[in-house]
Design a protein around this ligand. Structure first.
Ligand SMILES: Cc1cc2nc3c(=O)[nH]c(=O)nc-3n(C[C@H](O)[C@H](O)[C@H](O)COP(=O)(O)OP(=O)(O)OC[C@H]3O[C@@H](n4cnc5c(N)ncnc54)[C@H](O)[C@@H]3O)c2cc1C
Length: 380
């Protein structure tokens, strides 16, 4: 068992960290307060190969794996979770659904453009009436000659307004429940397809979360992704990878909050000494450091298994569950260690506190992760 990143992986980590500190850090609060989608930065990430880390070079990707993907998302999220979730939804949800379920023609058509940032991707599973119960989707796809006609609304879709390509799961057979769902690729500009309400959020405000609305949206038959009826099963496969990226998102924000807390605890003096010298504060930092390490190990294990081609349903959920809960605890302690200054926007603590909460909700809530894990451990 090797707990070290390779020289190439360390190089990648350094490159992403330097990019994040140079290009993202100075803008974080401006983007957050204006809910401004950092389009220019996202395009730069595409040029650096960071929008296609997990895809092979022959499809325009960087030809790396989930270890590198986790490393990149962690480093981006350490500085700004909004950028982390934009990259995560684009890569391991939208793009990866096309990569794992698409035919050769679909992969050749979309993956190179997505991996380089020419296209931005989104993934639409959630609907107003179906979140945790994704199988209860109502958005429909009905055949019209060789085409499909989509009707319905997807909600809370990351990158919704900016997506050039969206993967959408819709009902093709009402009687077959989860086996009656199919996935489709829909391109921006298709008649009958538009982004709807842009959500005004608690955190991750520079990321875009929007409705996708389909009104008699007619798409060619070849836009069906994977087999008819396999949309739900494929979506669950997509989530096995996606949940690793939410773990990485939480890990990065937990790390950022921890570093901010250490820095502040060493600087802030009360009762004639640095507050880091009080055992109560030292113990908080010790717990944060320990839990972050454990979260990183779980996340990297899931990533390493994914890279080895193994099934990771249980490990992805464990990493996602634990890391997101650790991130929430770390951000909370970060605010506490900052005292009153943790509550104001001159310090990064309050933003981590707002941003991390998404991790216990997106791509399956903590309760749903526990259901998935329980189902796996009780299987044998
Ligand atoms: C910022 C943001 C970005 C998102 N991005 C995307 C995206 O890109 N694509 C996409 O498709 N979706 C996206 N989502 C949607 C997200 O995945 C859902 O919000 C999430 O799965 C929860 O669904 P829900 O909001 O409908 O909550 P509900 O399912 O209504 O859950 C409400 C509460 O009930 C609990 N609950 C539900 N069922 C059970 C059960 N069986 N047992 C125990 N407890 C249960 C939940 O854990 C939760 O606490 C995003 C959400 C947000 C907030």
């Amino acid at each position: 068992m090797d707990f070290q990143l390779s020289d190439e992986q360390l190089q990648l980590k350094k490159m992403v960290r330097e990019f994040a500190e140079r290009e993202i850090a100075p803008n974080v609060m401006k983007w957050d307060e204006a809910s401004e989608f950092p389009m220019a930065t996202v395009k730069e990430l595409g040029k650096l190969g960071l929008l296609g880390v997990i895809f092979p070079a022959e499809y325009g990707g960087s030809g790396m794996g989930y270890i590198e993907y986790v490393t990149a998302i962690e480093e981006l999220s350490r500085v700004d979770g909004s950028v982390g979730i934009i990259v995560a939804a684009h890569t391991s949800l939208g793009s990866n659904h096309i990569f794992i379920a698409g035919n050769e023609e679909q992969k050749r058509k979309y993956i190179p453009r997505l991996a380089t940032g020419e296209f931005i991707g989104a993934w639409g599973l959630t609907e107003p009436g179906s979140g945790s119960d994704a199988g209860g989707a109502r958005c429909s796809a009905v055949r019209r000659g060789k085409n499909w006609v989509l009707n319905g609304t997807k909600t809370f879709i990351t990158n919704g307004h900016y997506a050039d390509v969206a993967v959408v799961v819709a009902v093709t057979d009402k009687t077959a429940h989860t086996h009656g769902l199919s996935a489709f690729v829909v391109e921006k500009g298709t008649r009958g397809f538009r982004a709807g309400k842009k959500e005004n959020k608690l955190g991750l405000r520079a990321s875009d979360t929007s409705e996708l609305i389909f009104e008699d949206c007619e798409i060619p038959g070849e836009n069906l992704l994977g087999k008819e009826g396999d949309g739900f099963i494929d979506a669950m496969r997509v989530l096995d990878g996606g949940r690793i990226s939410i773990a990485a998102l939480g890990l990065g924000m937990a790390q950022g909050a921890y570093e901010a807390a250490v820095k502040y605890a060493k600087q802030r003096k009360q009762f004639g000494r640095a507050i880091s010298e009080f055992q109560a504060i030292g113990f908080k930092l010790a717990d944060m450091a320990t839990e972050i390490d454990a979260a990183r190990l779980l996340t990297m294990r899931a990533a390493a298994m994914k890279d080895a081609g193994m099934k990771t349903t249980q490990e992805s959920s464990m990493a996602k569950l634990y890391t997101s809960e650790v991130a929430v605890r770390c951000a909370n302690e970060c605010v506490q260690i900052h005292g009153g200054y943790g509550f104001i926007k001159d310090y990064p603590a309050e933003k981590f506190y707002r941003d991390v909460k998404l991790c216990t909700i997106g791509e399956g809530t903590s309760e749903i992760q526990r259901l998935v894990i329980a189902r796996q451990v009780l299987k044998d």
